[in-house]
Design a protein around this ligand. Structure first.
Ligand code: FAD
Length: 562
């Protein structure tokens, strides 16, 4: 007989989806246990940018950005089309601001605003110029005490010597470190403090982005007596009379009086599910997700085993993003998501035919959607990000950092390709040389006028914010590629996580084949079928709903009104 343990709410997975539910439930008086399969807690959330899309959030309202719920609803209606699920969208939009108010007034988690961050699709008349997103505020890791040891560190390739860099002002200082004395001073202080932390604590303690989000959530959970148990994979759900009453975790039976929340982060590394749901991955291998490697679809399988249904009709089953494969010393590859540099002036993306295929400054999801559309049937989707010497030393390229960080190692391991001329670069990459030269010549002409007649780069507010207005060229996303040597990095289809998940109702309860809730079972984060239906209307549309539906699920499980 397996040993049995009793709790009120069992949460499986320790990313934003799970921890939001755990912290809320503990505040509502429930005894909560979080089980995490990996030796560290935080999942993909700990690697993320930490941005959450929450229209009408209190930080925006406090800054005077006030909009009726009808406006973001209309934005989503147009973006989601047939995928628009009125009940779930309304639940998300109504509870989101309350969730933020709860966390910022009653927990250790604090936020910074995104009042200047526009929605992805500025041509939608209901898109906002800002005020619908927010990010976790930087967090002092020392506040976690001994629990810092189990916090998953950021993905090393996205850091500078292990130091996370917050987006926005902070990132701009890093790009300008060799150009502006104020930026150099800012960066020097940050780096010195980081090295001090490394000497003293063997890791950075100034946590930013998704690492700060997890740290804020975990600190709040520990303060409420929540047990976050690492190296504890859930293997099977326990049911009685059609109700989920707990789970088997590492041979231990955990019985949960108020239910179980599945929050295992979707299926980004589940080969069989990728094969079934991603048409560009016919063997299940041709999708290189940047999400945490422990996210192998366990939550979806656990849910299905008790009658849950995985949605098969998502517009895209994954949160698509271009990824490059960075060789590591042990022979493995990091999956580096290209989220920042594509919109900067002086970069183009081409296929092996040497031709552009999209507006490089559009969102990562739109970039990969265009790449897939431009890839002939049966061919493997891949593209090259191409830039010149001025660009790479200013902005970096993927895992290659800007000056003064040397790039020799990335040239030697083959990640970065270089040519003293465009023809030489084309040869190094297997790109059609004549076509690449013609493409760059045309692009350089357009950069001088600022008009991308082919793909409209730089036209939307989102493009412009992602570009660099200080470049001196008329279009913040365009500059000529003219100063050799020239460089390229190959990108392939990947994702930030997955969208297709267990069908739920507006209370985050998992639904069976008859669309009836399975008593005692909730899904959160990417185990829940995305409320966006596989579309990607704005940055933060996975973490915003993950935080919000975790908050909703906890209230439902505790039998409390929102
Ligand atoms: C570089 C990067 C940047 C991103 N930036 C953003 C952003 O700014 N905004 C945004 O909205 N999204 C962003 N994303 C996507 C976002 O991080 C994910 O969609 C989100 O973190 C998923 O949260 P989750 O709680 O579902 O899963 P996770 O955070 O991945 O947590 C799931 C956890 O469950 C655990 N688990 C799995 N199986 C089991 C099991 N059987 N038993 C116990 N535990 C299990 C996993 O080990 C993992 O720790 C980004 C992603 C990446 C890679």
């Amino acid at each position: 007989m397996a040993a049995t343990e009793h709790t009120d709410l069992l949460v499986i997975g320790s990313g934003a989806g799970g921890l939001s539910a755990a912290v809320t439930a503990a505040h509502l008086g429930l005894k909560v246990l979080v089980v995490e399969k990996e030796p560290q807690y935080g999942g993909t959330t700990a690697w993320s940018g930490g941005w959450m899309w929450i229209p009408r959030n209190p930080l925006a309202v406090g800054a005077g950005i006030v909009e009726d719920i009808a406006t973001p609803t209309a934005y989503l209606q147009q973006e989601l089309g047939a995928q628009f699920d009125a009940a779930r969208v309304q639940a998300f939009l109504e509870a989101g601001p309350r969730m933020v108010e709860f966390f910022r007034s009653q927990t250790a988690l604090q936020f910074i605003d995104g009042n200047g961050v526009p929605d992805f699709h500025g041509r939608n008349p209901h898109a906002a110029l800002g005020g619908r997103s927010m990010c976790a505020a930087p967090f002092d890791g020392r506040r976690l005490g001994a629990h810092i040891a189990q916090l998953k560190p950021p993905l090393s390739e996205t850091t500078l010597w292990g130091m996370g860099i917050a987006s926005g002002v902070e990132l701009r200082h890093f790009f300008n470190a060799l150009r502006k004395p104020a930026s150099l001073w800012f960066v020097t202080q940050k780096v010195l403090r980081h090295f001090g932390d490394l000497l003293r604590y063997r890791r950075g303690m100034r946590l930013v982005n998704g690492n700060a989000l997890v740290a804020g959530l975990a600190a709040s959970a520990f303060a409420q007596g929540v047990d976050i148990r690492t190296s504890s994979p859930a293997q099977r759900l326990l049911t009685e009379h059609g109700q989920v009453v707990g789970a088997v975790v590492g041979g231990l039976e955990i019985r949960a009086r108020c239910g179980v929340v599945l929050a295992c982060g979707g299926f980004p590394h589940d080969v069989a599910r990728k094969k079934a749901l991603l048409p560009h991955a016919p063997t299940g291998q041709e999708h290189w997700s940047a999400a945490s490697r422990g996210n192998t679809g366990d939550g979806l399988r656990l849910g299905e085993a008790v009658g849950g249904q995985v949605a098969l009709d998502a517009v895209q089953a994954a949160a698509l993003a271009p990824v490059s494969l960075v060789p590591r010393a042990d022979g493995s590859h990091a999956h580096f998501p290209h989220l920042v540099e594509r919109a900067k002036p002086g970069l183009i993306a081409v296929t092996a035919a040497g031709q552009r295929f999209t507006n490089e400054a559009d969102s990562y999801y739109d970039f990969v959607s265009s790449l897939l559309a431009a890839t002939p049937a049966g061919a493997s989707a891949q593209a090259w990000l191409v830039c010149d010497h001025t660009f790479i030393r200013h902005y970096g390229l993927g895992a290659v950092k800007p000056a003064p960080i040397p790039m020799g190692a990335m040239l030697r391991n083959g990640y970065l390709r270089r040519g003293h001329t465009l023809a030489e670069l084309a040869l190094a990459c297997g790109i059609d040389a004549a076509a690449l030269q013609a493409t760059v010549a045309r692009y350089n002409q357009q950069a001088l006028t600022g008009v991308d007649a082919d793909f409209g780069k730089g036209e939307t507010p989102y493009n412009q914010v992602q570009g660099d207005a200080a470049s001196g060229y008329p279009n913040p996303c365009m500059a000529p590629l003219e100063r050799g040597p020239f460089y390229a990095v190959k990108v392939v289809p990947g994702s930030l996580g997955t969208f297709a998940g267990l069908r739920t109702n507006a209370s985050a309860q998992v639904l069976d084949a008859q669309h009836q809730p399975i008593p005692g079972l909730y899904a959160g984060g990417n185990d829940m079928h995305s409320v966006m239906g596989g579309t990607y209307p704005s940055g933060g549309i996975t973490l915003g709903p993950a935080m919000t539906f975790g908050f909703i699920a906890a209230h439902h499980a505790a039998g409390k009104d929102l």
